[in-house]
Design a protein around this ligand. Structure first.
Ligand SMILES: Nc1ncnc2c1ncn2[C@@H]1O[C@H](COP(=O)(O)OP(=O)(O)OP(=O)(O)O)[C@@H](O)[C@H]1O
Length: 264
């Protein structure tokens, strides 16, 4: 599924926080949005989802497979979220409902968008738990979020995101809240699922080392504006802007590298 963002401008309280951002993600492409805190990455992804905070306005164009999303009524955007666009955010604990079992939450998108029958719930939940390699799938679907580790909770969030086989996955710092060894596993799992489902990916991070493991192309943002863009390898080898050079230096200083072959 392709995504084309053109001249996106987001204002909050009269302040322009995203200023003319544009990028294209081809079907099956893995694209990264990178920048320091406050550069406008999250608001850009929230605009794609139609989930901007109260008081924010967006102009420009956001097209999914050529279809304009900006300005569409919330009811229509709600149907797009979860079915055609899957999302994974930084903190899986706040993304999950503490009062519902893992199984119920895994199949919720299928119930909402795929017409899953009650009798199919358990098997569908176990299949998703297996897909994201949760331990003991038959048992874990009956547990609650607080009974799982942080990494397991993020696996659940990823299972929910891919449940309806969306054509686009949006991930906003999905490994940042996790411990370093778990980060590598989750990133490997995520990469595997993106390949297996042929989805396009928009991956948001402040960490170029993480991004280089999952995305092929990147847009660098600073203060709501594009700084530079291009293949990740090229940006890593020869950053043209000082903001990018800073991100490259930070990435080089990171000793972490993901497990070879994917520990997912
Ligand atoms: N709800 C809001 N109300 C007012 N200003 C906001 C709101 N959300 C974000 N902003 C401002 O918009 C700018 C861009 O924020 P955004 O969250 O998109 O940055 P970011 O690059 O995702 O940062 P981080 O990595 O810290 O999440 C920042 O200056 C931020 O202070």
């Amino acid at each position: 599924m392709s995504l084309d963002v053109n001249d996106l401008v987001i204002e909050i309280g009269g302040r322009r926080v995203v200023d003319g951002v544009g990028f294209s993600v081809a079907a099956g492409q893995r694209f990264g949005l990178i920048g320091e805190s406050g550069s406008g990455k999250s608001l850009t992804t929230l605009a794609i989802l139609g989930l901007l905070p109260e008081g924010a306005t967006a102009t420009g164009s956001i097209r999914l497979d050529g279809e304009e999303l900006l300005g569409r009524p919330d009811r229509e955007l709600a149907a797009v979220r979860g079915s055609r666009i899957g999302t994974v955010f930084q903190d899986p604990l706040t993304a999950l409902n503490p009062l519902r079992t893992i199984g119920r939450q895994l199949v919720e998108p299928l119930e909402l968008h795929g017409g899953l029958r009650r009798s199919e719930r358990h098997d569908a939940a176990v299949r998703l738990a297996e897909l994201v390699r949760l331990p003991d799938p038959e048992r874990i679907v009956g547990r609650y979020p607080h009974q799982l580790s942080g990494g397991q909770r993020q696996r659940v969030a990823i299972g929910i995101a891919v449940a309806c086989r969306p054509g686009l996955l949006l991930a906003d710092e999905p490994t940042t809240a996790l411990d370093v060894t778990i980060q590598a596993e989750i990133l490997a799992l995520f990469g595997r699922l993106v390949s297996e489902t042929d989805a396009s990916l928009v991956f948001v991070t402040h960490d170029l080392a993480v991004l280089s493991q999952i995305a092929t192309d990147v847009l660098v943002l600073a203060h709501g504006r594009e700084v530079e863009s291009g293949p990740v390898e090229q940006i890593l080898a020869a950053p043209r802007h000082e903001v990018t050079a800073g991100l490259v230096a930070a990435a080089r200083a990171t000793s972490w590298r993901p497990a070879e072959g994917g520990a997912a």
